[in-house]
Design a protein around this ligand. Structure first.
Ligand code: ATP
Ligand code: MG
Length: 574
């Protein structure tokens, strides 16, 4: 393709709205432009990479016998009421009404629709197993769309669904899908980890996430030293302490802490180590209503973070987990957040297991700008009900042996679930066997975010000059830059090479733009095309071409008469 014919508006500077490197580079290289919060246009260069990623996914789905379908983005309320998710899904589900006052939603996922296809068309076990998939638009009204297409509201997902008669067959479909995912992410050129995961609002019994390792990732992954344990931190259990706390050495004392509302603040001002402090999060209790708001306190050691999945697992806590507002806290507890603690607190408290090991600790006093220090369980305040509430941290032992855990950041790019009969039971999707006995169809569901995979790929494959695309997803394999454009021998040789490469099915961007060489080189680095070839009068005098691999620093001169073979070899090994 001629660069003069390609619409790729590039930017020299980082866009102000982007913080993440992949977001910056996708905008700067002219791949995407924002339309509204979390909603993007894909411009031609971006779409080339998008379609390559999509095709890798499609090929691997077809290889395991998946059959492609296309389901609608707009879904009727009736199906969601049947599955029970019209109530359960929460505000990420974008709901609307048509001109006849019928209610619909924009599909955030397609379990309901696909189950409806199968229950209507399949009645005999002989028609199973079956795997259907689509690569299509999803809409989720994310509370915080951010990082460009990494967490968009409208995005494209490959979602596949397997339908199986029994556990063994479900397991086989799941394993095939797992292997297909491994192939996909290897071909896309990302380093990833497969971890055990929470099943979230999709439901089901077990699931694994594919995470691309990146410091910018929103997921925390706990990985054991010997590689035998890998789980999303959301799932890693912590246990009751075996030893009682040390005996008290201090009296409880009320101290002035004006303007200090965090553990870090207490650490700075009174030299308290964070593990000696406590923090309490006030969340909506299970019986919370707008008319009668009720709260519950979740108490943790000061240096720990609350695990939302574990908190949502408590009967006393409202799902989805909702932090109390400042007004609710002030109304119900009589003091604003930041000075709240378990001593004489008016609302119920559940403590993390670890707080049982504290003595002489510091906590809020339920009076503004004051804390207690020297607090001890039993003497000053009854030990609350305990539960596993916190996130594990690096250096703690792996729950299954195999050394200590390291916590690393990851971007979730794929998620595979064994759903079991959750949707078949609620939506009445059954088959009969040879004896006429009815069985609920077992299901698996399997997602990959195409947009997010691309962003994650850039997070892992870039340098300070731009993107370094892995071979299979690069928008072009080669750029040819003829220098100067008005040298007829240069142009002839450059065009010959372009034609020969194109005839071999190699995608080439021919930079015929009337720009300074330096600009073209910078552009080429920004776009991340694997091979750059400069055809210049100087190189032709040496009967050669200048070739530079994007991932390497220095160019090399290759002989003109063997250029095709060398380029093909380089691409094969890139
Ligand atoms: P997250 O925890 O990041 O919100 P999720 O658990 O909601 O993800 P799934 O429902 O498992 O995600 O969706 C399958 C895949 O769709 C994810 O692995 C991810 O690649 C992609 N995905 C999910 N939400 C988004 C989004 N808001 N923007 C882009 N891709 C997304
Ligand atoms: Mg989500």
């Amino acid at each position: 393709m001629l660069a003069t014919k390609l619409f790729f508006p590039t930017l020299k500077e980082d866009p102000a709205e982007a913080t993440l490197i992949s977001h910056k580079l996708m905008i700067r290289s002219g791949m995407i432009r924002q339309v509204a919060s979390g909603i993007y246009n894909w411009l031609p260069l971006g779409l080339r990479v998008f379609q390559k990623t999509e095709n890798i996914v499609r090929q691997e789905m077809n290889n395991i016998g998946g059959m492609e379908v296309m389901m609608p983005c707009v879904q009727p309320i009736e199906l969601w009421e049947e599955s029970g998710r019209w109530n359960d899904y929460g505000p990420e589900l974008l709901r609307f009404t048509d001109r006849h006052n019928r209610e619909f939603c924009m599909g955030p996922t397609h379990e309901e629709v696909v189950t409806d296809i199968v229950r209507k068309e399949i009645s005999s076990h002989k028609e199973l197993p079956l795997t259907l998939y689509q690569i299509h638009t999803k809409f989720r009204d994310e509370i915080r769309p951010r990082f460009g297409v990494m967490r968009g509201r409208e995005f494209t997902m490959k979602d596949a669904y397997s339908f199986n008669l029994d556990e063994a067959s479900l397991h086989e479909s799941y394993s095939d899908m797992r292997n297909a995912y491994i192939n996909i992410f290897n071909r896309v050129g990302v380093e990833f980890k497969i971890v055990d995961a929470d099943s979230g609002s999709i439901g089901g019994s077990s699931s694994e996430e594919f995470n691309v390792l990146a410091d910018s990732g929103e997921n925390a992954l706990a990985l054991s030293e010997d590689g035998s344990y890998a789980a999303n931190v959301e799932l890693v259990p912590t246990f009751k302490l075996e030893n009682p706390p040390p005996s008290p050495t201090m009296e409880m004392e009320l101290i002035d802490t004006p303007g200090i509302y965090t553990v870090a603040g207490l650490e700075d001002k009174i030299g308290l180590p964070a593990f000696q402090g406590t923090k309490i999060m006030l969340v909506h209790a299970a019986d919370w209503t707008k008319e009668k708001p009720s709260l519950i306190g979740l108490l943790l050691r000061g240096d720990r973070s609350l695990n939302y999945v574990k908190a949502e697992g408590l009967d006393e806590v409202k799902v989805p987990l909702t932090m109390a507002s400042r007004e609710e806290v002030t109304d119900i507890v009589g003091c604003p957040p930041g000075s709240i603690g378990p001593v004489n607190l008016k609302i119920p408290v559940i403590g993390d297991y670890e707080i049982a090991g504290l003595s002489d600790f510091v906590c809020g006093s339920n009076q503004n700008d004051k804390h207690y220090k020297g607090v001890n369980w039993g003497r000053d305040c009854p030990l609350p009900k305990l539960a596993d509430l916190r996130n594990i941290t690096s250096g703690e032992p792996s729950p299954s042996g195999g050394g200590n855990l390291t916590v690393r950041r990851g971007i979730e790019v794929g998620h595979i679930f064994k759903l079991g009969d959750k949707y078949s039971q609620s939506m009445n999707s059954f088959v009969t066997d040879d004896k006429g006995e009815k069985f609920p169809i077992l299901m698996g569901c399997y997602g990959i975010g195409i947009d997010r995979v691309m962003a994650a790929c850039i997070e892992q494959n870039h340098d300070d000059k731009g993107i370094i695309w892995p071979r299979e997803v690069a928008p072009f394999a080669v750029t040819i830059i003829p220098l100067p454009l008005n040298d007829s021998e240069v142009m002839t040789k450059a065009k010959q090479l372009y034609d020969s490469l194109t005839a071999e099915g190699i995608e080439v961007l021919f930079d015929d733009r009337d720009l300074r060489a330096g600009n073209k080189f910078n552009n080429c680095d920004l776009l991340g095309i694997p091979l750059r070839i400069v055809v210049s009068s100087k190189s032709l005098q040496q009967k050669g071409l200048e070739l530079k691999e994007r991932a390497k620093d220095d160019p090399e001169i290759i002989p003109l008469d063997n250029a095709m073979n060398i380029i093909k070899d380089k691409l094969a090994s890139y």
